[in-house]
Design a protein. Structure first.
Length: 260
């Protein structure tokens, strides 16, 4: 690192900004300006400039005295996860799941307020929206979004819900904050989410989390099917168990390769 600095390619400001982000943890989810300066080893004036910049960019929030990270900072990790050749690792398991269920399956990560597709095995075109790696959909109205929202810490979920603005995409779409909180809580309790024609008429999907070595939901796996050949009960009875098995297999493969 010193060698890089001597060649003029090392950006100390970037290093300090990343160090400030890393100062926050499960043990210290909120910090004062002076605590950040002390923990990172920088002056209070420098800490203030960095924190205010991060706040303006949406990565940090403040109550006037204490600072904490926002869900947007997770996009930095999800961008990394999205670049890990996830499709190569998860592909064989997803192909097997798709063959077993005879339905399309996908993996997505959370980049609020959306989910981002990072792998997909389609069987047929069942949506009017073309989906592929990099496609985005609103988190609140998707099964993968709901299991990922269920995995957020309470303060981050509350921050998301406080700015929640829903469009009724179909007559079945959940649009109230209280109802959405209820379905997210149910997804957390059940370990899966099922969305019935809320995103698009005729489309049902069921999703489960893919967890890292600490049990955190870092991605979600779903199976989607047309309503003409599925019911909510058939998805639970016939698809949920193989879906969970596939998510466990993918999570294990990613952990063994040191990816999550």
């Amino acid at each position: 690192m010193p060698g890089d600095a001597s060649t003029g390619t090392f950006l100390q400001g970037l290093e300090r900004g990343l160090a400030v982000i890393r100062a926050f943890s499960a043990d210290t989810p909120s910090l004062t300006l002076s605590e950040v300066a002390r923990d990172v080893g920088i002056t209070p004036a420098t800490a203030r400039r960095i924190l205010l910049t991060l706040e303006q960019l949406g990565y940090v929030r403040s109550d006037g005295r204490r600072f904490s990270l926002t869900p947007r900072v997770l996009a930095l990790g999800w961008a990394y996860l999205s670049s890990l050749e996830l499709g190569d690792i998860a592909g064989p398991f997803m192909e097997e799941l798709s063959a077993k269920t005879r339905e399309s399956c996908s993996i997505a990560t959370l980049d609020l307020p959306d989910i981002v597709y990072v792998a997909r095995v389609p069987t047929s075109r069942i949506m009017t929206v073309a989906l592929g790696v990099g496609a985005r959909l609103p988190a609140y109205v998707t099964s993968m979004g709901r299991v990922l929202l269920a995995g957020l810490p309470e303060d981050e979920l509350s921050a998301y819900l406080s700015s929640f603005e829903a469009a009724a995409l179909t007559e079945y779409t959940v649009t109230s904050v209280d109802d959405l909180r209820d379905v997210i809580a149910k997804a957390d309790a059940d370990g899966y989410a099922l969305v019935d024609q809320e995103l698009e008429l005729g489309l049902r999907s069921i999703a489960v989390p893919i967890r890292d070595s600490r049990g955190r939901a870092v991605a979600a796996l779903n199976v989607s099917a047309h309503a003409s050949r599925s019911t909510p009960d058939s998805l639970r009875e016939d698809v949920l168990e193989p879906l969970r098995e596939c998510a466990d297999q993918i999570g294990t493969a990613l952990r063994r390769r040191g990816r999550i």
